[in-house]
Design a protein around this ligand. Sequence first.
Ligand code: NDP
Length: 252
Amino acid sequence: MQTSSIPIDYKPRTNLLSGKTILVTGAGDGIGRSAALNYARYGASVLLLGRTEKKLEAVYDEIEKAGGPKPGIITMNLATAPEDMYVSLAASLGEEFSRLDGILHNAALLGDRRPIDSAMYASWQDVMQVNVNAQFLLTRHFLPMLHQAPTASIIFTSSTVGRVGRAYWGAYAVSKFATEGLMQVLASELENTSHIRANSLNPRATNTAMRRAAYPGEDPTANPAPQDIMPAYLFLMGDDSAGITGKAFDAR
Ligand code: NDP
């Protein structure tokens, strides 16, 4: 797969996301937490979606303390939420906000890493539900609000194993291939009919709980912190990437 990079030494202007409303999934920890804080720092009202309320509240408090626009909290378990919940969420947010300017699909489960011949179906389903089906449901039901924005950006989070398959990465790798597929189909559908762009972003090795669980023998500090890869998240979410769609990006 051909990949793209953000401009070298990209420096976002301080009001890059001013006036925008952006939904971030998995906003309570790791890369999603950092993206939410940065989107707020650059002016966005951020809707913090995640399954652990306490973590979302901590991010909320951090944004408030830093003087950012008032965020919103959406506590939702993407592994179990039925479609109805997405429908009513979109309806209630539609009453509060006239439009949505961006979605960062970031939440994901690592799941079991074992050979396909011993993979457990229940775990496989959980990973596909969170990593693929939830992205579809959110996108599907929030598209009307995204269409209301003058320009909107959807970022799908990929992975190196979502671009080249690797033994024992099971459902996680397959879910990231599906993520790339969802992004490409959506980008192609929207390209000539809207101002919504969709791209995928592979953060690459980043020091988070997921990375530490995947590579317990690795020195965690050898990898960049989430904050270090934020230029890519800002570039793709802000209007500096207007017109770029259907591309697979690496964060560094
Ligand atoms: P973390 O595990 O640190 O964070 C994942 C976030 O997703 C957490 O906030 C978690 O919530 C949330 N989440 C997980 N399951 C659900 C669920 N069922 N419902 C709602 N929220 C959920 O992972 P990273 O920050 O490392 O990963 C972020 C993204 O980057 C993922 O898509 C991952 O696949 C991708 N990625 C990461 C790499 C890395 O090296 N870190 C490399 C390549 C890709 P909670 O905190 O409550 O558990």
